[in-house]
Design a protein around this ligand. Structure first.
Ligand SMILES: [Zn+2]
Length: 381
């Protein structure tokens, strides 16, 4: 990866959006900015995100996901088979119980719901990569939503039932759409496609899983069956694809700021599924204490690459390079050091409404990551 063979540095995806972009989006919503004016705001924000990432010394960058409302919602922004529907509109008595138990900020939750036969009517993100590649010589990675996280959020019995009577009935069309996108990303010159799968991370305690199933009126499914479905969907999506690296990002969710809402627990809770995934890279959280320790990968080695999360994206305190180095040295007892890429735990702003740290903090954290990589290369070369 790049000229740095050992400990290459990357990101998971999103960067906090500039204030002026948020203002522009709000002006557009009020009809004070035209579509083409807003697009020029987005273009500027992406060029800035690229430049900032280059200045931090990253080997591989993203477009900062500046154009996406969130890592999940963008599907409905691009593909007409999906429509954003608020949780309030989908609410069921069963789901209502979870809202109270989990203290969910229900007013801001909405999901891209399947409202027609799934067809890739437009690029999901391939045009984002084409644009970014015009402004950088760095490798550009493309985070996209993973098939399981998309399905559990998008198949709703009432809204999707007329087109797909069961979630299973949507497997083929949904994975075909993502496969077509991955091939388009390969054409656009992406270095790496990352399937975002926080819904697999939620297997640590199933709280969020059960809430989504209640909201979308899935039939009572055995959790073991659901785990099998998650692996089946990922392997079906990437089967036989050549010429592009594909990874799976498993985290425990990244919003809202209050970590009490988020899942806690280590990768031992989903290790069987992880080992069955035919991915080139696992993109893992390891900076947050919610993610557990490395023991499980010492007992059950993962042979592929690891995108090792060593930056906490929710804590504004900037990690020192020395701290990062010691985290990586601990990890190297579980993963082969020459297969480790350094990255933050997750995106810095997975959704526009909930950036967690400021832009300058994200920048400083990525600088520390680069410094740590340089120290590690001296140690391990
Ligand atoms: Zn994440």
């Amino acid at each position: 990866m790049g000229e740095n063979e050992l400990f290459p540095t990357s990101v998971v995806g999103s960067l906090p959006r500039p204030e002026w972009l948020i203002d522009g989006i709000e002006q557009h919503e009020r009809g004070e900015l035209t579509d083409s004016q807003l697009i020029s705001y987005y273009d500027d924000a992406v060029r800035l995100a690229i430049k900032e990432q280059e200045l931090t010394g990253l080997d591989e960058i993203s477009d900062g996901e500046q154009r996406r409302f969130s890592f999940l919602a963008f599907v409905a922004e691009r593909i007409s088979s999906f429509r954003m529907i608020s949780a309030t509109e989908l609410m069921t008595p069963e789901a209502r119980k979870f809202v109270d138990d989990m203290n969910l900020p229900i007013g801001i939750i909405s999901n891209p719901v399947i409202v027609g036969k799934i067809n890739r009517t437009a690029p999901l993100v391939a045009d984002e990569i084409t644009f970014a590649k015009r402004y950088t010589d760095k490798k550009v990675k493309a985070p996209i939503i993973g098939p399981f996280t998309l399905l559990i959020n998008s198949w709703n019995k009432v809204k999707s039932g007329p087109f797909y009577p069961t979630p299973e009935a949507a497997f083929n069309d949904l994975t075909r759409m993502l496969r077509e996108e991955i091939m388009a990303l390969r054409e656009a010159g992406a270095s790496f496609v990352q399937l975002d799968e926080p819904a697999i991370g939620n297997f640590v305690d199933y709280r969020y899983t059960r809430w989504l199933m209640a909201l979308n009126q899935w039939r009572a499914t055995d959790m073991e069956e659901l785990r099998k479905i998650s692996v089946e969907l990922i392997n079906k999506t990437i089967k036989g694809l050549r010429g592009i690296k594909v990874g799976v990002h498993i985290c425990r969710g990244n919003w809202p700021a209050d970590e009490a809402h988020l899942s806690h627990g280590g990768y031992e809770n989903m290790i069987d599924e992880i080992l069955e995934m035919n991915a080139d890279q696992l993109v893992l959280e390891y900076a947050t204490k919610r993610a557990g320790n490395f023991d499980v990968f010492k007992e059950h080695p993962w042979e592929g690459e690891v995108g090792l999360g060593i930056i906490d994206v929710k804590n504004p305190r900037i990690e020192t390079a020395q701290e990062i180095v010691s985290r990586v040295r601990k990890a190297s007892k579980a993963f082969e050091f020459d297969k480790i890429t350094l990255n933050p735990d997750c995106g810095f702003a997975s959704g526009r409404p909930w950036p967690v740290v400021s832009r300058h903090v994200a920048y400083a954290k990525l600088r520390s990551q680069t410094d740590a990589a340089q120290m590690l290369r001296k140690m391990y070369n």
